[in-house]
Design a protein around this ligand. Sequence first.
Ligand code: GAR
Length: 190
Amino acid sequence: MTHRIAIFASGNGSNAENIIRHFNHHRRNARVALIITNRPEAGVVERARQLGVPVKTLTRTEIHNPEIMLSLMKEHDISMIVLAGFLLMIPEFLIDNYPGRIINIHPSLLPKFGGKGMYGIHVHRAVAEARETVTGITIHTVSAQYDQGTILFQAQTDVRPTDTPEEIETKIHNLERQHFPQVIEQLLSR
Ligand code: GAR
């Protein structure tokens, strides 16, 4: 069976691009069928366009409208939702319709540096300020609370005392590139 993935993204879209490319290879068990964004100017829009994946830009209100969202998911026959730098809350009706089938990547070792306002460079700044010696990525299922679903996978990297938040970010993006598509693939083959 070929699963059809929807990626929700609000930013640059490096993870979205990496996941699209991974599943574009032959004999994979899934395809990225749809990108959803709340920011029409986000980098992810152009990346998806270049790779021929349809993009839907929706407002926060539209994302929280069950009729709009569920019919969109049905229209594209979506079996799994992947959040890759998506900054809005996921509505509960979507979580109920995709139990255990919505996953998120967070750029720290949760439960550390999670919660509201903790995204992207803000996380890496907090890690640097706390003088952490390791940080990493967490891939988890999405629950109604921010960053509090079941942890499926973590990977870590060293932080040097001299690392800037931008240097930490580069290390984290490398870990994400290395692991995120494989974790999705394994999850889908269970
Ligand atoms: C990624 O590092 C992801 O872990 C983080 O946003 C970045 C998006 O980068 N997500 C969060 O901070 C969620 N709380 P990208 O747009 O290049 O994929």
